[in-house]
Design a protein around this ligand. Structure first.
Ligand SMILES: Nc1nc2c(c(=O)[nH]1)N[C@H]1C(S)=C(S)[C@@H](COP(=O)(O)OP(=O)(O)OC[C@H]3O[C@@H](n4cnc5c(=O)[nH]c(N)nc54)[C@H](O)[C@@H]3O)O[C@H]1N2
Ligand SMILES: Nc1nc2c(c(=O)[nH]1)N[C@H]1C(S)=C(S)[C@@H](COP(=O)(O)OP(=O)(O)OC[C@H]3O[C@@H](n4cnc5c(=O)[nH]c(N)nc54)[C@H](O)[C@@H]3O)O[C@H]1N2
Ligand SMILES: [Mo]
Length: 699
């Protein structure tokens, strides 16, 4: 017997694809993207096409386990669920009894973007307990803070409307890897004559398919935006009428722009002045212009300022008046009217406590001056031992004998290896969930297609059992998964549009928009209280920040002293066949990806006696990792890159995050992964390597 089940890809990706699974005799045999979904358009990406490999992989965790060896050794013994929940609860309760509830730190992120399995009962439980709160900054901290100041919540041009744009800037985003379905709409515009420009320090696949590539120095985007705006204003092209009606604080920025020019921008960005002038000229003469902003550009010291400046640049020509014009940072704000935050339900008491910035986990686990120190860490939907910055220090923290670690996982990740108690979690094929999106305008329901593998349980069921074991019986800690889905869409707008659990069970997905047509920002309409775009934000001055959009230099990239010791800038962007560290254990994905590699300019390589295929060590004061070298003809001199994120234990114990810094960007407590200086040294010539010293993975 075969049947089809509708679902949603759970991964942390803007595309949130609608998928369909064919189930035969209780086994998922085929998965494909939904043909009738306007954004998925019948195709999944190269990673998720093989999601069922991950579901049925032999390394899937299928039974609860307790540690029996040294921390990190990976020696575990299978136990039953009652014992496992008892051990997890004891670890938490002991920390509370000895040091207070703030000694407990829940640590979670977007392993699934599902509202139910990602952002509901776990957060409720730990917030209710009075555990330390987690500042969820690691990915979009600076962008989120910048958009909060500027538009309150991220909204912008409808991603599908890019088809109507005639000039498109793909700014700090490698769409073909990390937002693949957006490329369709951009490519269609390109075929209809649109000019497409990539703004990226790296020669990405996406940049190669654009009509123009502006390969600026990383961390300098704010300067480029300011230079372009200065040129646009000098040409008399700013849409003063739209700016007066739809924004506040434009006069302050216009005045500041008198300090800016194409020359100044070009000098900071390390590009030719004619490039800046030509782009400004195109922006002045091409309507509509649309900007797709990526997150790569905000992993730098001046990220918040840059984000704000680019949003404003995308607005000042009045493009928001036109279908397909304007700027798209993210779409998450489009769901606000139709969905409910499940983390803090009415009636559940939530004590006020401290917050720890998740990006500073390395520090949080090793700084002994904190009161209290963290003694109980509970991790779900994330693999911090591989993905947080300053990995060497973080791993030292994970090894602490006085830290009790509970990990909910699907596989034996770097983090799971350190667990005291390891709890096997279901995958998206096996549990119920509902998904908003940060890259399009559709709400998607995920129905379970198969029974859980082995003894796996959904995160939600694990948290219900943990609440019981901790003696917590508040009903909001025990809502069923279906209750949670219903609560998520318990809004007047959803009801008015007929979006219910029942309707979604039939259709699988539904479009959300806010009833304002194709040009919702033709006259403001931003989610701010006054509906305007806030260009100058006086309150930022109170936080010591520049209230006017501008350029804030990067940290390490702009540090000339540091550059003497660490001459190479290292960017560690998204890899096509991994999703952060997800899939980094699967043979097919590893083979498609290849071994960890440092890509660099031929002259940078020659200076160090490095040739293609040599084994090199990449290091700075924080740590080191080893990779194969690859000379890339499109590299910018002085800017190297190595893709994120291999499992550290598979690549010699350290990955690229052994070098990345724990240092907050200007806004939002965001980490500065791409604002990283290193040196590369030759370890062994390719010809001397009898076996690949770094990794035989994928062979
Ligand atoms: N296949 C795949 N897809 C993914 C992910 C993945 O790991 N793999 N990760 C997912 C997640 S969690 C996220 S947050 C998104 C991230 O996806 P993106 O927003 O694409 O972010 P990054 O890959 O960090 O960087 C994107 C581009 O920004 C460039 N960049 C770096 N620094 C600068 C700069 O200073 N200025 C400019 N203009 N560009 C710069 C990089 O070279 C890179 O090409 O993708 C999601 N999708
Ligand atoms: N060097 C460098 N490092 C980076 C970045 C970078 O650009 N450069 N990017 C950063 C960014 S943008 C992000 S978002 C972070 C992300 O980093 P992480 O949050 O660590 O993301 P993943 O590595 O994908 O790990 C997610 C884990 O969640 C598990 N998981 C998935 N679904 C479920 C579930 O339903 N239940 C349970 N219990 N587990 C589940 C998966 O098995 C996987 O191991 O990495 C950051 N790290
Ligand atoms: Mo991310």
């Amino acid at each position: 017997m075969s049947h089809i089940v509708n679902g949603a890809c759970p991964l942390d990706c803007p595309d949130t694809c609608a998928w369909q699974i064919e189930v035969v005799d209780g086994k998922a045999v085929r998965m494909r993207g939904r043909k009738d979904h306007p954004y998925t358009r019948g195709s999944l990406c190269g990673k998720v096409n093989h999601y069922l490999d991950a579901v049925y992989a032999p390394d899937r965790l299928t039974t609860p386990m307790r540690r029996v060896g040294e921390k990190g050794d990976g020696a575990f013994q299978a136990i039953d669920w009652d014992e496992a929940i008892g051990l997890a609860a004891t670890g938490i309760q002991t920390a509370i009894d000895r040091h207070g509830a703030e000694a407990v730190l829940p640590y979670y992120y977007a392993g699934t973007l599902g509202a139910v399995q990602g952002w509901s009962l776990g957060q409720r439980l730990f917030k209710h307990l009075g555990a330390t709160r987690l500042g969820t900054t690691i990915c979009t901290g600076a962008a989120t803070a910048a958009m909060k100041a500027t538009m309150h919540r991220p909204v912008g041009t409808d991603p599908e409307d890019f088809i109507h744009a005639r000039l498109i800037l793909v700014w700090g985003a490698n769409l073909l890897s990390s937002n693949m379905h957006q490329w369709h709409f951009i490519h269609a515009a390109q075929q209809a004559g649109a000019h497409v420009v990539a703004i990226d320090p790296l020669p990405t696949d996406t940049a190669l398919r654009c009509d123009e590539h502006i390969q600026l120095m990383p961390g300098t985007d704010g300067a480029l935006a300011m230079g372009l705006m200065a040129e646009i204003v000098a040409a008399g092209a700013a849409d003063e009428e739209w700016l007066a009606e739809s924004t506040v604080g434009w006069p302050e920025l216009r005045e500041r722009l008198s300090e800016w020019s194409a020359e100044r921008a070009a000098q900071i960005c390390g590009i030719d002045v004619s490039v800046v002038r030509a782009l400004a000229q195109r922006m002045v003469t091409t309507r509509p212009t649309a900007i797709r902003m990526g997150l790569g550009l905000q992993r730098h010291g001046g990220a918040g300022a840059a984000y704000r400046s680019i949003v404003v640049l995308g607005s000042i020509l009045g493009d928001f008046r036109l279908v397909g014009g304007g700027v798209l940072p993210e779409t998450a704000g489009r769901f606000d009217a139709i969905t409910v935050d499940l983390e803090e339900p009415d009636g559940l008491p939530l004590p006020t406590v401290r917050t720890i910035n998740m990006s500073r986990l390395a520090e949080a686990l090793t700084d002994t001056t904190q009161t209290p120190e963290v003694h109980s860490l509970v991790v779900w939907n994330t693999n911090p031992a591989a993905t947080v910055p300053d990995q060497v220090r973080a791993q030292r923290g994970f090894r602490r004998d006085d830290l009790h670690l509970t990990v909910l996982e699907q596989r034996m990740t770097d983090t799971a290896m350190f667990a005291d108690v390891l709890l096997p979690a279901t995958m998206q094929t096996e549990h119920l969930d509902i998904h908003a999106s940060y890259g399009h305008h559709y709400l998607t329901l995920n129905l379970p297609a198969i029974e859980p593998i082995g003894d796996c349980l959904p995160n939600t069921e694990i948290f219900r059992r943990l609440a019981t074991a901790l003696g917590l019986d508040h009903p909001r800690l025990h809502d069923s998964d279906e209750d949670l889905v219903r609560q998520f869409i318990d809004t007047d707008v959803a009801r008015a549009r007929g979006i219910t659990f029942e309707s979604l069970s039939q259709t699988g997905y539904a479009r959300v928009d806010d009833f304002r047509g194709a040009t919702p920002h033709a006259h403001g309409g931003f989610p701010t209280r006054d509906g305007k775009l806030h260009i100058t934000v006086p309150e930022l001055a109170e936080q010591g920040l520049d209230p006017i959009p501008g350029y804030t230099p990067p940290f390490e990239i702009a540090d000339e002293e540091l550059a003497k010791r660490f001459p190479l800038v290292l960017i560690s962007p998204a890899q096509r066949f991994f999703l952060n560290s997800t899939f980094a254990d699967l043979p097919r994905h590893l083979k498609l990806t290849g071994e960890p590699t440092l890509f660099l300019h031929a002259d940078d390589a020659a200076e160090r006696g490095i040739e293609d295929g040599d084994l090199v060590e990449v290091a700075n004061d924080r740590g080191a990792f080893r990779v194969a070298a690859a000379i890339h003809p499109g590299a910018r001199r002085g800017v190297a890159w190595s893709y994120k994120v291999y499992w550290a234990k598979d690549v010699g114990g350290n990955n690229v995050n052994a070098t990345t810094p724990v240092r907050d960007a200007d806004m939002g407590g965001s980490p500065t992964f791409h604002d990283n200086r290193v040196e590369a040294t030759l370890v062994a010539k390719a010809s001397e390597l009898s076996t690949r010293a770094v990794a035989t993975i994928g062979d």
